[in-house]
Design a protein around this ligand. Structure first.
Ligand SMILES: *Cc1c(COP(=O)(O)O)cnc(C)c1O
Length: 428
């Protein structure tokens, strides 16, 4: 048995499924998870000394790679003065100022500890300020595991075979209405049928929890217009896209304004952080300014702020990072398409910025139904072929491949070579 296998065996006795988050368990692709000991730049090393080029990047946070020396130094410098106080620190102010500077249309920020918490709180704020109960979300979009959002959810929930979790009450689910991604008419029908009752429409500006599905031209602006017409708020869940598509996230990248924005992943630089943000008028409805209650013992934790703020500073100081990542992702996407064609494998490759995803299907993937036409057994085989060649992909079809600015030309060349061999193996 490998060290990873030994650890997994122990893990399964004391952790449900051997993991602390379902998709890590490799159930969708077969085999056993690798236990990681170290990450440096674009590479991770497992307990058995095997090295991989990493395209999971902690599911998004490691946008400039693992163990960036500036981030480690910031964490260390902060850490030696104490880990948490439950009182304000200067870093929280600097973090909020930095976010407001980088992102269009936001004036105030509230820090929390995860993306789930960010979305849950933003939804509460939307309900609190509009006095309405219902929320529209899109099938296949994932917004964390709060009760109201575990309806038609993407990501790990998709390969569980049971998208809607047990333990979510009918009461919590009944106020969540389901629309189809890239289908404005499906949103309009719900808004009309629930006139004056919809607090918010929440969307991943690029859907990145059913693989990667880009918004069609006019989709996001169409949501903006529909929300304005019906007095509903538009929430961009930018837990993945925030600070990844562009310094100002999807609002900058697509030129569409959201009322509230949620963050996670990248803003922690690898530490557990989330945030929600918006204009002053809305954000001042949050306690202690306003009647919408939300709190957190460790929110704005100084060590987490040090990591996140340093990462945001690097992204602002080196804006070329965005072009570099997009070029790398496009390079991989083009090579995947070529290899699939060459070996007669049906494949669609979606790519937006540094996010991409190959689907094993003839059907262009523009919504959840299309994403589900992918042959997930083929993905599992492809995943394992890639893993055995030293390329670590998401252990599920319905996740993005995260390219970072730390991926070198050498990494990319190695990756597309491994992909060609892996795709060739599928053809047989
Ligand atoms: C990951 C994710 C979340 C949940 O964030 P956690 O930190 O895992 O709670 C919410 N929304 C989107 C779009 C995500 O990708």
């Amino acid at each position: 048995m490998t060290k990873s296998e030994q650890l997994f065996e122990r893990a399964c006795k004391v952790l449900p499924g051997g993991v602390n988050s379902p998709v890590r368990a490799f159930r969708a692709v077969g085999g056993k998870p690798r236990f990681i000991v170290k990450g440096l730049g674009s590479h991770v090393l497992d307990e058995d000394g095997l090295e991989y080029i990493d395209y999971v990047g902690s599911w998004g946070p490691m946008v400039i790679g693992h163990s960036h020396p500036d981030i480690l130094k910031a964490v260390y410098d902060r850490m030696v003065n104490g880990l948490s106080f439950g009182a304000p620190t200067a870093l929280e102010v600097e973090m909020a100022e930095k976010m407001v500077e980088m992102v269009p249309h936001i004036e105030m920020v509230r820090m929390v500890n995860s993306g789930t918490e960010a979305v849950m709180s933003a939804v509460r704020l939307a309900r609190g300020t509009t006095g309405r109960d219902k929320i529209i979300k899109f099938e296949g979009c994932y917004h964390g595991h709060s009760d109201a959002m575990l309806v038609g959810a993407g990501s790990g929930a998709l390969t569980q075979g049971e998208p809607d979790s047990k333990g979510v009450t009918r009461g919590a689910a009944q106020d969540t209405l389901m629309a189809q991604y890239n289908d404005l008419a499906s949103v309009e029908r719900l808004l009309d049928a629930n006139h004056g009752q919809v607090a918010a429409v929440i969307v991943e500006p690029v859907a990145a929890n059913m693989g990667v599905v880009p918004p069609k031209d006019g989709f996001l602006q169409g949501l903006r217009d529909l929300c304005d017409k019906h007095g509903s708020l538009l929430i961009f869940d930018e837990v993945i896209t925030g600070f990844r598509l562009a310094a100002g996230g999807a609002q900058e990248y697509f030129g569409v304004r959201a009322d509230l924005v949620t963050y996670g992943k990248i803003i922690g630089g690898g530490m557990p952080v989330g945030a929600y943000a918006g204009p002053r008028t809305l954000m001042e409805q949050v306690a202690p300014c306003g009647p919408v209650y939300q709190a957190g013992t460790l929110s704005g934790n100084p060590v987490a702020m040090a990591a996140g703020l340093t990462q945001l500073r690097i992204l602002t100081d080196h804006t070329e990072i965005y072009t570099v990542m997009e070029t790398s992702a496009r390079y991989i996407a083009n090579h995947l398409r070529e290899s699939a064609k060459q070996h007669g494998v049906a494949m669609q490759v979606n790519q937006v910025g540094s996010l991409l995803c190959p689907y094993f299907t003839e059907t262009p993937v523009d919504c959840f139904a299309a994403a589900k036409t992918s042959d997930t057994k083929k993905y599992a085989k492809y995943f394992n072929e890639m893993l055995s060649r030293g390329v670590y992909l998401a252990p599920s079809q319905f996740e993005a491949m995260f390219v970072s600015s730390a991926h070198t030309q050498k990494d990319l060349a190695f990756t597309v070579q491994a992909a060609e061999e892996s795709i060739a193996a599928l053809g047989n």
